[in-house]
Structures are given as structure tokens and as C-alpha cells.
Design a protein around this ligand. Structure first.
Ligand SMILES: Nc1nc2c(c(=O)[nH]1)N[C@H]1C(S)=C(S)[C@@H](COP(=O)(O)OP(=O)(O)OC[C@H]3O[C@@H](n4cnc5c(=O)[nH]c(N)nc54)[C@H](O)[C@@H]3O)O[C@H]1N2
Ligand SMILES: Nc1nc2c(c(=O)[nH]1)N[C@H]1C(S)=C(S)[C@@H](COP(=O)(O)OP(=O)(O)OC[C@H]3O[C@@H](n4cnc5c(=O)[nH]c(N)nc54)[C@H](O)[C@@H]3O)O[C@H]1N2
Ligand code: SF4
Ligand SMILES: [Mo]
Length: 718
């Protein structure tokens, strides 16, 4: 600072919204410029932790490729148009499509970043209501749908998902999660490494079950390889072993789940001996896992992405919950526990209805008013009443993130109208007729309405937008309300309710939730005003036992729903014990994440894509040395990987960290399509693994996609 000049530098305390960990950040700005982003040491929840991605918030904000004004596709190319005109045109196009082809002819797809955006969560629904289409899709069905179904059935609400009490457990079993790369999921947990190490320093164990010796497995106390997609068998055998070795100790949980022990009959056939060769473990390994788990003072079995997004994902998540219950580890310190959030959206949100309606073409079940995204392309291309003619994409990039993306890419070309609510010209947004770009995360008010509900500790925090709105900028919620109001008006419906919402803003809604919530601060209900005074947030203590209050069923009992879940054993038996011998030449495809990626959309940050991976880009096919030898493949050599639906070519990365017979390829790459505007990402294009994943194979209970355990065939590229 030159002497005499007045500094315009300011420090702001906010929260990183890129992953689920909710790290507090200290952002130093000078006018509209971000000077630095570091961990907020005074944030009681994250205590200064950030990962390298925090700086990507700056890169996103500054990205020269970022779209800042609505764009319309014209014969002369993309043209900027004013907001009012853009919103009018979008509403009119959607309205006219529905007039011509019926309400279901307009479909919506909501992507992952919506979960980090209180405006979209709270005000987006006004738009869907105004749209009146049942044709709704989201990234949920390539991700956590099984968790929602299990919680809906057992506890009566789709989002009442118990969370590992990581800070108090003595035994943490992780099935299909790699929190060291992902920073945790359905477990909001900043500083995961320190917390896992703390388990080990208090003489507890971290045990990882994964077809890859992942970063988390590397620091674990024990790692066990498992063949992809076979976790349900492991869990069945683990529960079988509990009964066989007299280790069933549900204790007080029987009061809430009187029929819990009826599970014994269902698991009886699945002895460790029976499943061992199918899952790639020995019976002794399975028995050891059970006896160690039961010997621990407290223990928790947690399954995530790798366990959910596979052919028996829902059954697996259900059995995980049962295993925790049968060992007395649900709702107990150090086990799986429910959160007590300060602004609790659960009572204000749908509990989730199952199977009320089905997709038109393949009859896949809807859950909570959404169809599985694996059915999206066929719903666009199959003629008949209800065929999708127009799409609304909100914060998603399904061309890269959903199975058989290539097919979806082609299907998009045939639509009459597409609107993308996104600030990037992505692989999906490039199909739009109009792009409506919201502001980035640091330019909007933030309260983590979702992730406080999934956090390993209760806390609360609000951060106002770091920058005042720029002229001509809009947040997601302003876009959604603008469209909702116009659609209602076109449909001849009253629109007066919207003036209340414009005034209230999402922050006002959160304020109401906080003030009617369970916590006080200095003898007064916590409110937005309280949180504005305490910008680092407030710690509200460890998770507390919460049964039966946490149950949403009116009888306050856990509904075991055996008929619903166990009906899937027929399909499981057929799949593993009655089908033909597997094709020995196929490998099982699984996915992976890297600390510096975020699904498909951080590859335009130089900071995120640079760095070495043995001279390879991050988009490689990891193979075991035995498999490499079998197909005469050398490290870094280009290989072709083929599945039922497609073929991609990428470098091999040979590593004994991967189980023989398994191949790992990350998702979110493939930025080589025409018409994109991602200059950095295009130089690090990679290929899309979802050009291999198969939309026709789903977890039939839920309709969730199967992205792990996909059969593929490899050869050295010519
Ligand atoms: N093979 C394979 N496929 C996978 C996975 C896998 O493990 N393997 N993982 C799956 C999972 S878990 C998920 S969640 C999905 C994610 O799938 P998607 O949600 O479809 O994809 P993202 O890459 O997260 O795309 C997010 C888009 O939102 C935009 N965006 C970011 N922030 C905002 C915002 O605040 N407002 C708006 N309007 N737009 C914003 C970004 O520019 C980007 O284009 O991918 C899934 N696909
Ligand atoms: N850096 C980074 N962080 C992210 C994201 C990101 O893209 N990048 N995405 C965010 C999102 S949207 C989500 S949903 C979360 C996901 O967070 P996690 O659930 O932790 O997901 P992954 O890191 O993909 O780890 C999945 C693990 O499952 C293993 N696996 C694959 N198939 C199987 C199987 O059949 N059985 C078993 N037992 N294991 C299997 C894989 O080898 C991998 O180690 O991460 C979030 N955080
Ligand atoms: S761990 Fe997640 S929330 Fe924390 S800084 Fe990294 S991306 Fe942001
Ligand atoms: Mo996800």
C-alpha cells in the first residue's frame, strides 16, 4: 500500500461450496478482485482446513471463459441478449412446447452443484411447480439414490440419513468411499485425514474395502480388495456371521425395530464360504472383519459412491444399515448417528414417494418425483405421448456424467428447445438455445441447507455474498423465480405470491427456519442476525442420540421393509449363482476421483489441471501389472477400452494398487467436443468414461445407474 492511499482490502468469512466438507474460508478482496483464499482458522467446524480446490473458487470467479450475460443461439452464432428478453424467450418456448406436446414434453435435469446452492434448493421448486411436468431427472440417480430410498423406508424421510460419528468411533469401516480424494460424502467432514489419523492414535482402526488400494486405503489400518459390484454379498455374509457367531447385539434398537432379528432367515444361505470366491475374499477375511468390528468399543460401517452406484447398490446400503443396527451401532456414540441441524429442512421437504409412477419407455420406477437419469436419452428419442421435446438443464453436465453420454449427446441434438442454467459452455450447455448464466458461489448469500444435515458435528454458519451483485447479474434463484412467474402468467395463473418471495429472498426463509429451530445463542433463538455477528459460525456440539425423534414414521418405529428390499435377493441369486460363467476376457470398470477435480467442471482452471502424474494426464486407465502383461500393454501406452455401448482410447497406467481384473477410469473428462468454450479444459481434454457405462444396466430396486462394475474389454491401441 502506498502511503496516503486508503486500503480497499477486505477480509470476508465464507464457506467453500465445491465439495461436501463445508470448509470455512477467509477471502481477501480488493474491490471486486480476490487476492487470496485461505482456510478460516476461527471456523469452529473446519478449523482452518482447506484443500487445493478452495483456490479454484477464485479461478471460477475470474475465468475468462465464464458466461456473464444470457446467450442465444442464432444463425450467426451465440449472441448476448438482455436478461428480460432471455427469460421471456425461455418461458415462452417452454410454454409453447407444452401447449403443443403436453406438459411432460418439457423435462428437467438438475446437477450436483444445486445441492450447494440454497437459492436453487429453496426457490427452484417454484419453477418446477409452475412447469407442471413429471419428467424430472437429476444427478441423484447417478449417485446417492440408494441412500434416500433406504432412509425413506427405514426412517420415513429420504434425507434422514445417519452419518458416521467419526470423531468418537473406534472402528471405521469404509466400503466404496475414498474420502482422502473426495473429502467425504454423505459425511460432511473437513480435515478427514486428521480425523482418520485420530482414530488410529486412539488405538482404533480404519478399514477400507475397495477394489483399489485408494489414498484412503493407503493410510488405513487394513485394506481388503473386493470384486466390484459384490458388496451386497459381503454384507449378507457379514450379517450371516453375526448370527452364526452369536454376535448380534442390537440392544435398545429392538425397541424401535421389533422385527429386526427376522433378517436371520434371509441371510441364512449366504455363508462366508458361499460368497468368498464371488467377492474375492476368503471366508476367514470375512469372519475377521466381523469379529474385529464387534470387538471394538464402538464401530461404524459406512458405504458410499462405490457401494451405491453399482448393480446392487440399494440392497448394499440397506444391509450396511442393518449391520450397524444388529451390532447396536445405530444412534450410538461412535456409530451411525443422526444430525441435529439448526435450520432443518427435513420437515419442510418431501419425505420421498416410491414407485408412484414409472418411466414411459422402460418402466423404471420414480422416486421422490424423479425418474432415473439412465432413461433420459430413450425418453427423448422414443416417439409417442410424453416424449421429451425440450430440456431444462440446471447446474448439470449429463453428457459427461451419466451413462452412455455419447447417446445422450446425440439425443440432445434432436430436441426442439434446450435451456442451460450454467455459467460455462459445457458439453451439455452447447446444445442449448439459450444459456442463462448465474453468478458464481462467492457472489451469492450462502447457508449450507443440505450439508449441515449430513455433518459429523452440529454447527451453523451463514455467509453473505462477498461481492455485491454486479449490474446485469442474477443468482440461480432469481432465474428460477423469473421463469416461474412468467410461466404462471402464460398459464393464466395469479403471480402475486412471487412478490413476497422476491422480498423474502432465500436468506429470509433460512432465518425463519433458524428462529423456529432447536438452538439458542445467548438465550435468544439463533437467527441470521446472530450469524452475521459471528461470521466464523457456531459450534453446536457433537451428534446426539436421537431415537425415536429422528424417525418420521408416525408410529415412531423403524420400518424394516424386508419385503421391499429382500425381494432383490432373487435377482442377486440369479446374477451371482445361476448365471453363466463370466467372460474371462472382460475387466470390471470402476471410477475414481482426484483431489483436484470436481466432477466435470474444474478442468478449466490451470491450477487444477497442472501437476504431474508421471507425465500423464489424470485421465488414465489404471490396470494391474498381471492384466497389463496378459494383454501385452506397457505403462503409458494408449489402449482401447470397449464396452457394450462404446469405445474410448486413453493411456494405461500400470499399478499394483488396483485389483487384478479391475480397471479404473475417472469421470468428468472428454472436453474435446465441438462448440465448447473451455480453453484450458480443451487442452487437457481426456476422454469420457461415461461413453463406456451402460444406461441399460441399472440397480433395479432404485433405477440408479451402474457406474462401477461395468464389463469392458481392452487391447493395445493400433
Ligand atoms: N463414471 C462416473 N460417472 C459419474 C460419477 C462417477 O463416479 N463415475 N459420479 C457421479 C456423481 S456422484 C455425480 S454427483 C454426477 C455429477 O453430475 P452433474 O451434476 O451432471 O455434473 P457436474 O460435473 O457436477 O456439472 C455441474 C455443472 O454445473 C455448473 N455449475 C457449477 N456451479 C453452479 C451454480 O452455482 N449454478 C449453476 N446454475 N450452475 C453451476 C458447472 O459449470 C457444471 O457445468 O456425476 C456422476 N457421474
Ligand atoms: N476431489 C473431488 N471431490 C469430490 C468430487 C470430485 O469429483 N472430486 N465429487 C463429489 C461428489 S459429487 C461425490 S458423490 C463424492 C463421492 O465421494 P466418495 O464416495 O468418497 O467417492 P470416490 O472418491 O469416487 O470413491 C469411491 C471409491 O469406491 C471404490 N469402488 C468402486 N467400485 C466399488 C465397488 O464395487 N465396491 C467397493 N467396495 N468399492 C468400489 C473406488 O475404487 C473408490 O475408491 O465426492 C465429492 N467430492
Ligand atoms: S475440502 Fe471441499 S469444501 Fe474444503 S476446500 Fe476442499 S473443496 Fe472446498
Ligand atoms: Mo455426487
Amino acid at each position: 500500500m502506498t502511503s496516503g492511499s486508503v486500503s480497499t482490502e477486505q477480509k470476508h468469512y465464507s464457506t467453500c461450496t465445491l465439495c461436501e466438507a463445508m470448509c470455512g474460508i477467509e477471502v481477501t478482496t480488493d474491490k471486486r478482485e480476490i487476492l487470496s483464499i485461505v482456510g478460516d482458522k476461527k471456523n469452529p467446524f473446519s478449523e482452518g482446513h482447506v484443500c487445493p480446490k478452495a483456490m479454484a473458487l477464485k479461478d471460477l470467479y475470474e475465468d475468462p471463459d465464464r458466461i456473464k450475460m444470457p446467450l442465444e443461439r442464432t444463425a450467426e452464432g451465440w449472441q448476448e441478449i438482455p436478461w428480460e428478453e432471455a427469460l421471456d424467450k425461455v418461458a415462452t418456448a417452454l410454454f409453447e412446447t407444452q401447449q403443443k406436446h403436453g406438459p411432460e414434453s418439457v423435462a428437467t435435469y438438475l446437477g450436483n452443484p444445486n445441492a450447494h446452492n440454497m437459492g436453487s434448493i429453496l426457490f427452484g421448486p417454484y419453477f418446477y411447480r409452475a412447469l407442471k411436468s413429471h419428467n424430472r431427472y437429476s444427478a441423484t440417480s447417478v449417485d446417492q439414490l440408494p441412500h434416500h430410498i433406504v432412509s425413506r423406508q427405514l426412517f420415513g424421510h429420504q434425507s434422514q440419513i445417519p452419518i458416521p460419528d467419526i470423531d468418537h468411533t473406534q472402528y471405521f469401516m469404509i466400503i466404496g468411499g475414498n474420502p482422502l480424494a473426495s473429502n467425504g460424502s454423505i459425511m460432511t467432514v473437513p480435515h478427514i485425514k486428521r480425523r482418520l489419523k485420530a482414530i488410529q492414535s486412539r488405538e482404533g482402526k480404519v478399514v477400507v474395502i475397495d477394489p483399489k488400494k485408494s489414498e484412503t486405503a493407503d493410510m488405513s489400518s487394513e485394506h481388503h480388495f473386493i470384486k466390484p459390484g459384490t458388496d451386497a454379498l459381503l454384507l449378507l455374509a457379514m450379517i450371516n456371521t453375526l448370527f452364526a457367531s452369536d454376535k448380534v447385539t442390537p440392544e435398545r434398537l429392538l425397541e424401535f425395530a421389533p422385527h429386526l432379528l427376522d433378517i436371520e432367515a434371509y441371510v441364512a444361505p449366504y455363508t462366508p464360504l458361499k460368497v468368498a470366491s464371488k467377492i474375492g475374499m476368503t471366508p476367514a477375511q470375512i469372519e475377521h472383519l466381523v469379529s474385529d468390528f464387534c470387538a471394538a468399543e464402538s464401530a461404524v460401517c459406512y458405504g458410499r459412491m462405490g457401494a451405491s452406484v453399482q448393480a446392487f447398490g440399494t440392497l448394499t446400503q440397506y444391509l450396511i444399515m442393518l449391520f450397524n443396527m444388529l451390532t447396536g451401532n445405530l444412534d450410538r456414540r461412535g456409530g451411525m448417528m443422526f444430525t441435529q441441524p439448526a435450520a432443518d429442512f427435513l420437515p419442510h421437504s418431501g419425505r420421498g414417494s416410491i414407485g408412484n409412477f414409472h418411466t414411459r419407455v422402460r418402466k423404471l420406477p420414480a422416486f421422490a418425483g424423479e425418474f432415473p437419469v439412465s432413461a433420459l436419452a430413450e425418453e427423448m428419442t422414443t416417439p409417442g405421448e410424453g416424449q421429451i421435446k425440450a430440456m431444462v438443464i440446471g447446474a448439470g453436465n449429463p453428457v459427461l456424467t451419466t451413462p452412455n453420454g455419447q447417446q445422450l449427446d446425440t439425443a440432445f441434438e434432436k430436441l426442439d428447445f434446450v435451456v442451460a442454467i450454467d455459467f460455462f459452455m459445457t458439453e451439455t450447455a452447447r446444445h442449448a438455445n439459450i444459456i442463462l448464466p448465474p453468478v458464481t458461489a462467492l457472489e451469492r448469500d450462502h447457508y449450507d441447507i443440505v450439508f449441515h444435515n449430513f455433518a459429523v458435528r452440529n454447527s451453523t454458519k451463514y455467509s453473505p455474498a462477498i461481492f455485491p451483485p454486479e449490474a446485469n447479474s442474477k443468482t440461480d434463484w432469481q432465474i428460477y423465480l423469473g421463469l416461474a412467474e412468467r410461466l404462471d402468467s402464460l398459464n393464466g395463473l395469479p403471480t402475486d405470491k412471487y412478490s413476497v418471495l422476491w422480498d423474502k429472498t432465500p436468506t429470509g426463509v433460512i432465518d425463519d427456519m433458524l428462529q423456529t429451530g432447536r438452538y439458542k445463542h445467548a438465550d435468544k433463538p439463533i437467527s441470521i442476525a446472530t450469524l452475521l455477528d459471528l461470521p466464523h459460525g457456531i459450534d453446536l456440539g457433537p451428534l446426539q442420540p436421537d431415537l425415536p425423534d429422528a424417525i418420521f414414521h408416525t408410529d415412531k418405529k423403524i420400518d424394516m421393509s424386508f419385503d421391499y428390499f429382500m425381494s432383490d435377493l432373487t435377482r442377486l441369486d440369479k446374477h451371482f449363482f445361476e448365471s453363466q460363467t463370466p467372460d474371462d476376457d472382460s475387466l470390471q470398470l470402476i471410477g475414481r476421483r482426484h483431489l483436484k477435480t470436481n466432477n466435470s467442471w474444474l478442468h478449466n482452471s490451470q491450477r487444477m489441471v497442472k501437476g504431474t502424474n508421471n507425465g500423464l494426464s489424470r485421465c488414465t486407465a489404471q490396470l494391474h501389472p498381471d492384466d497389463a502383461a496378459k494383454w501385452s500393454i506397457e505403462d503409458k501406452q494408449m489402449i482401447n477400452v470397449k464396452s457394450r455401448v462404446g469405445e474410448i482410447s486413453l493411456p494405461a497406467e500400470i499399478t499394483d494398487k488396483i485389483m487384478p481384473g479391475v480397471i479404473s477410469i475417472p469421470h468428468g473428462w472428454g472436453h474435446n467436443k465441438k462448440g465448447m468454450r473451455w480453453q484450458v479444459a480443451q487442452q487437457h481434454a481426456g476422454v469420457s468414461v461415461n461413453d463406456l457405462t451402460d444406461e441399460m444396466v441399472v440397480d433395479e430396486l432404485s433405477g440408479n445407474a451402474v457406474l462401477n462394475g461395468v464389463p469392458v474389454w481392452i487391447k493395445a491401441s493400433a
